[in-house]
Design a protein around this ligand. Structure first.
Ligand code: NAD
Length: 483
């Protein structure tokens, strides 16, 4: 791990295994931090933030982000192989959101914004309580940020926290998910060996124990938690952060809906939409795991979805042709199978898949799975399964589609397809989620805010809104010479 600028083992000397989810083989080990190691990292970050010029030296920060960009590029292929091995993500995903996009030009946006950001804003002279004052709104970093990340897109999520937090002048402690620690420890090493980031400004603390992450939440020396993970853990973090009134940025789960309106070209949209639900084993927060189709074309839609599902290439994540690899762990695999069982029990019709593939005895695979005759209140239509499982739900008209799309506790993403952009936009306006794709439009980018309504989170990553998560606002005023 990286604590206070030093690459170190856990003080206890303990390590834990990193396991390949596609083969169930141990890849190797990583330092296993305990609460004391975490407290040392917090101390280092606090000290570095309070006693270095990092928060005010934009030139240094920009240089460091550019150095990190180059350092990552120099080990990109090792990182690619490592991600496929520890995440089980199909190799093809690493050429997109899993690796190449977040480590490419995306990073430069965060380096450049340091120069262009409106750090100060002058307000007109103000008169209050009989005195005239100049007034200035200034932006300052929040301070020490605890970044807690999941395993599904570890580099992408990690960089989506590190880049804005460091660009805006914060110190950071990164706590990776226990299932995918190596990409984070590699980043730690790259920062230590290849950048001028002052000791203690960036720390990496992996642990097999979730409770070690909670140290960040309860320790008053940490000003903010930037968390991405499940809604259940987000709730727990909110509770534990309450006594310290800690600032929270939470990116949580989703149960997004793809609404296909009756004027859409079903044959070109639905098979792809169904296959898309299996992308990376369905372990994608913004995945459209509900397909909403008009009732009078329901059977046609189910047949097309089945066609798409049966064609999903899944298996060895090293094979460039795959879009689905294994689930991350046997626990996650069993959780997904439990949801499938529940769907059958509640009366949904299993059309495709539903079990463990016989031809993959090793690795934590689940078959691409399609459910029809799903009602909006069923468990499989309400809860985030995080597996390759699609539910097809009928609606009566556009208003009913909006009502069903909104009928879960989540509000992360979604999609609308229609021959009429105008009609699609009207439906999209009714859906209470942070992002919606219309007719296949792509929302993702460093300048595009992403995040959730309702139980999908609080706050946004990326864009100016995302930078704002890592900033405090200070209002300055003084007597005006013009009285
Ligand atoms: P998780 O909530 O189980 O774990 C996420 C991280 O939180 C891990 O690092 C874990 O060690 C840590 N953690 C667990 N308990 C903690 C506690 N009490 N205090 C502090 N830290 C704790 O989530 P996961 O299974 O790793 O990831 C899958 C979830 O992440 C899904 O729900 C998915 O939708 C969500 N996700 C959301 C987004 C988004 O942008 N909204 C992106 C990716 C993943």
């Amino acid at each position: 791990m990286l604590i206070g600028g030093e690459l170190v083992e856990a003080a206890s000397g303990r390590r834990f295994d990193n396991v390949n989810p596609a083969t169930e083989e141990v890849l190797g080990e990583v330092a296993d931090a305990d609460a004391q190691d975490m407290r040392r990292a917090i101390e280092a970050a606090r000290n570095a933030f309070d006693n270095s010029d990092w928060s005010t030296n934009g030139e240094l920060r920009k240089r460091c982000l550019l150095q990190l960009h180059e350092a990552i590029a120099s080990e990109r292929e090792e990182l690619r192989a490592e991600l496929v091995a520890e995440v089980g993500c199909p190799l093809s995903t690493t050429y997109g959101a899993q690796l190449d996009i977040p480590t490419g030009e995306h990073m430069l946006w965060f380096a450049d914004v340091i120069d262009t950001f409106a750090w100060e804003r002058e307000l007109p002279l103000g008169t209050a309580f009989g005195s005239r004052s100049w007034r200035s709104v200034t932006k300052e970093p929040v301070g020490v940020v605890g970044a807690i990340v999941p395993w599904n897109f570890p580099i992408e999520v990690t960089l989506s926290k590190i880049l804005p937090a460091l660009a805006m002048g914060n110190a950071l402690i990164l706590k990776p998910a226990p299932d995918t620690p190596w990409n984070a420890t590699r980043l730690g090493r790259l920062v230590a060996e290849n950048t001028d980031v002052p000791a203690g400004i960036f720390n990496v603390v992996p642990s097999s124990d979730h409770a070690v992450g909670e140290e960040l939440v309860i320790d008053r020396r940490v000003d903010m938690i930037s968390f991405t993970g499940s809604t259940a853990t987000g709730r727990r973090i909110m509770e534990r952060a309450a006594p310290g009134i800690k600032r929270l940025f939470l990116e949580l789960g989703g149960k997004s809906a793809h609404v296909v309106l009756d004027d859409a070209d079903f044959a070109s949209v639905i098979p792809m939409a169904a296959a898309g639900a299996c992308y990376h084993g369905g372990q994608v927060c913004a995945l459209n795991s509900r397909l909403l189709v008009p009732r009078d074309r329901y059977e046609e839609a189910v047949e097309l979805a089945a066609l798409g599902m049966r064609a999903v290439p899944y298996g060895d994540p090293n094979d460039m042709n795959m879009i689905q690899g294994p689930q991350i762990s046997s626990k996650q695999r069993d959780r997904v199978l439990g949801y499938i069982e529940q769907g059958v029990k509640e009366g949904a019709r299993l059309v495709v898949g539903g079990g463990r593939p016989a031809d993959h005895p090793k690795g934590w695979y689940v078959e691409p799975t399609l459910f029809a005759d799903v009602t909006p209140s069923m468990t499989i239509a309400q809860e985030e399964i995080f597996g390759p499982v699609l539910t097809v739900i009928p609606f009566e008209d556009d208003a009913d589609a909006v009502r069903i799309a909104n009928a879960t506790e989540y509000g992360l993403a979604g999609a609308v397809t229609s021959a009429s952009q105008e009609r699609a936009r009207a439906v999209a306006r009714g859906i209470r989620t942070g992002t919606i794709s219309i007719n296949g439009g792509m929302f993702y980018g460093p300048d595009a805010p992403f995040g959730g309504y309702k139980a999908s989170g609080v706050g946004r990553m990326n864009g100016l809104e995302g930078l704002g998560e890592y900033l405090e606002t200070k209002m300055l005023a003084g007597p005006s010479p013009e009285t």
